[in-house]
Ligand binder design. Structure first.
Ligand SMILES: *Cc1c(COP(=O)(O)O)cnc(C)c1O
Length: 475
């Protein structure tokens, strides 16, 4: 104990010496490696960056960390490179989580990619017609949504949370919205139905119990101040056993009887019935419209596989009301979103087999197990042959996740490449892969690094192998 204290004191006093040795900003600016940057970065920002680093360095020294002046210089050079390089960049998802929030949920697909490229040339036709007149940016998306779902009208906003807020604020501010207690859900990232209702200014009228809600519960709660009946897809959890939820059809009948609109929050939303492919059923947008929901909303970047947005469809009179709400301007999505959603929706117009082939999320969800296994085996064999002494490698069965609060009780069987490095810690390997030129994200568990090939796109195994080779051989 005493020795430890002494050591600490020694370190602190040597740190004090180093503190005094911290070079001045001017001196650092004159170091050749840093001087190079003065031709690139504006002097005021270069100075600010260096000052930040020195302050950070000083703080860490005072906290007793061991550091020397060489580290400081290296850190500054690193920070200068870092600030000039894109953080938002193409990355490889080998986590097996198809809708990975940290990696931007749905991946860009081939069509979106060519759309993005075309958009990067300059201006974009967004809301102007052939006569040069200003039009409504939602018209084009509307048209596609009409064909795909049979809706009267539609619009998009920033995300599905924004859609929910806009709908409730427009239709139910200072009035009551009836919802089943079994549907008062929380999605990750602080989206909670009761809080969203409160923010919108609507008054929540909960009915039924957690596991069972009957039609009569809704009917008893209806009064003169009732503005809407809200049905929310449970998304990321399931209640099993002695349960009952009122169907959308029954709610629609009740709504009609009392002339109260029915709102259906689908969560992920689907334009294709997943149960036809052996996956569990997610609510299908066109079915909600057909059943007679007045307003339906869902995310653009969950199972739809498009850009981040909230898609709202339903009866024209309600959509028009939503568009007139000043909040619609606040929650508006940007031009790139409209363009990317257009290409995503156009994809759904194609033959089913083409949709599945070209739609990244669908093709990942439906990817046959033997195909995943083959890709994993190829990768593992290469690693064994070329990086053999550095790692132990095997191909093992595992499970992928869908993520994004979609079909989330469903586990998808998969195969992973398991890597156990021999001369570095598995956490260091994972970090080095994340820091690679093209960042590679995998799973770490129990001393192993796992690459799940369900979410690895064609050709990406080459980059993974290149990254592993660079990292392991530099050891
Ligand atoms: C995911 C989800 C939301 C939120 O959608 P975002 O697009 O993430 O804003 C809202 N409601 C339900 C039921 C969801 O599953």
């Amino acid at each position: 104990m005493k020795q430890k204290l002494k050591k600490n004191r020694q370190r602190c006093s040597s740190n004090k010496k180093i503190l005094r040795q911290i070079p001045s900003i001017d001196k650092i600016l004159n170091e050749p490696e840093i001087k190079e940057f003065s031709n690139i970065i504006d002097p005021q920002y270069l100075t600010a960056l260096i000052r930040n680093n020195i302050n950070e360095y000083r703080k860490r020294l005072i906290a007793g960390e061991q550091f020397d002046v060489i580290n400081l210089k290296q850190n500054i050079v690193q920070a200068l490179h870092d600030i000039l390089n894109p953080y938002f960049c193409y990355a490889i998802n080998a986590t097996g989580i198809v809708l990975h929030t940290g990696l931007g949920r749905a991946p860009v697909n081939i069509r979106m990619a060519s759309g993005l490229k075309a958009l990067s040339l300059g201006y974009i036709r967004l809301q102007i017609d052939d006569e040069g007149r200003r039009t409504d940016r939602h018209l084009r998306i509307n048209r596609l949504l009409h064909i795909l779902t049979g809706t009267e009208a539609g619009m998009i906003v920033n995300n599905n949370a924004a859609a929910t807020l806009l709908i409730l604020n427009t239709l139910a501010k200072n009035r009551e919205v009836i919802i089943s207690r079994g549907q008062l859900i929380e999605i990750g990232g602080s989206f909670r139905i009761p809080e969203m209702l409160a923010q919108s200014g609507a008054l929540m009228k909960e009915v039924g119990t957690t596991n069972r809600t009957h039609l009569r519960d809704y009917e008893h709660a209806i009064n003169d101040n009732t503005a809407a009946l809200l049905r929310v897809h449970q998304s990321n959890y399931r209640i099993t056993g002695f349960t009952k939820q009122v169907s959308l059809g029954e709610l629609v009948m009740l709504g009609k009887k009392y002339a109260i609109p029915v709102i259906h929050d689908l969560g992920s939303g689907a334009l294709i019935d997943f149960s036809k492919f052996g996956l569990p059923k997610e609510p299908v947008a066109q079915e909600s419209i057909k059943t007679g929901a007045d307003i339906v909303c869902f995310s653009g970047d969950k199972l739809i596989g498009g850009p981040q947005c909230g898609i709202i469809i339903g009866k024209r009179k309600y959509i028009e009301k939503l568009k007139k709400n000043p909040l619609a301007r606040v929650l508006r999505s940007d031009k790139f979103t409209s363009a990317l959603l257009e290409t995503t929706l156009q994809l759904f117009l194609l033959n089913r087999s083409e949709v599945i082939k070209n739609h990244s999320v669908l093709s990942m969800l439906l990817r046959p197990l033997p195909s995943i296994k083959r890709q994993a085996m190829r990768c593992a064999n290469y690693i064994k042959k070329h990086l053999g002494p550095h790692v132990d490698v095997s191909v093992d069965p595992s499970v992928s996740e869908i993520g994004g609060g979609s079909l989330s009780t469903e586990e998808l069987p998969t195969y992973v490449v398991s890597i156990k490095p021999n001369n570095m810690r598995v956490d260091d390997l994972a970090r080095a892969l994340r820091q690679y030129r093209t960042p590679v994200f995998g799973r770490v568990k129990g001393g192993n690094f796992f690459l799940d090939f369900r979410t690895v796109l064609k050709g990406e195994e080459k980059i993974i192998i290149e990254a592993l080779t660079t990292i392991l051989k530099s050891r």
